[in-house]
Ligand binder design. Structure first.
Ligand SMILES: Nc1nc2c(ncn2[C@@H]2O[C@H](COP(=O)(O)OP(=O)(O)O)[C@@H](O)[C@H]2O)c(=O)[nH]1
Ligand SMILES: [Mg+2]
Length: 206
């Protein structure tokens, strides 16, 4: 089941500006995406929603400093968070990013699952692992979305996921829910959207 309809709702500069996770008077779940700049977040949003430029694919990393809300199929909210870990911004910009990100991920009650995007080609990056540790310590439900899967063969993808699993097992008992995706080939789209849709349907049925 693919996403049929996705539309941009609003951009927020801070948590208090974020809209309620309500569509057509019904409370819905919110699923957010985060990761380092250039990991492929905007591309993933466009791939999932089959829209070429719903989220801007930026050649200039670190430009998106807002929390962007999208309504999907009138039954769940997709949230695009600012990228973290961009080294070239000034110190004050960087601190502002992390305050915004932290206030959202730690305090957004509507957040049902946060997906941390990681480039499947890279060995586990310290900033991502530290971010996941912070999520774990604070009980924020999260999963991992591996991006740019088209850049590796199927066997290499498998090896990279296993290596990530091994790395995280030094800290965690369980490897989080994860998906391997490609914005180029559409790999992982059905699996990811079906998972989120089933959460959304279960939530609405309650
Ligand atoms: N080959 C390939 N390139 C990708 C994929 N996803 C993103 N990219 C490229 O990676 C760069 C950063 O992508 P973007 O979506 O803007 O990343 P963001 O900063 O995380 O939003 C762009 O040049 C994209 O074309 C993918 O799945 N496969
Ligand atoms: Mg982007």
């Amino acid at each position: 089941m693919a996403i049929k309809n996705a539309k941009f709702l609003c951009s927020s500069e801070k948590l208090s500006q974020c809209p309620p996770a309500v569509i057509e008077d019904r409370a819905v779940i919110e699923v957010a995406l985060i990761g380092r700049s250039n990991v492929g977040k905007s591309s993933l949003i466009n791939m999932l929603t089959s829209q070429k430029s719903l989220a801007k694919v930026s050649g200039t990393p670190g430009k998106t400093r807002l929390i962007n809300h999208f309504e999907v199929d009138s039954k769940w909210m997709l949230v695009d968070l600012p990228g973290y870990g961009y080294a070239k911004t000034s110190k004050s910009n960087r601190a502002a990013f992390s305050d915004l990100i932290k206030s959202y991920v730690l305090n957004r009650e509507e957040l049902y699952c946060l997906f941390v995007l990681v480039d499947i080609r890279l060995e586990p990056q310290r900033i991502d692992v530290e971010f996941m540790e912070m999520l774990g310590e604070n009980g924020v439900p999260f999963g991992i979305v591996f991006t740019k899967g088209d850049k590796l063969s199927a066997s290499a993808r498998k090896r990279q996921v296993e290596a990530y699993k091994k790395h995280l097992s030094e800290q965690w008992e369980d490897f989080p829910l994860h998906f391997v995706t490609s914005a180029e080939s559409g790999l992982g789209r059905d699996e990811l959207t079906e998972t989120i849709e089933s959460w959304a349907d279960d939530f609405l049925a309650k």
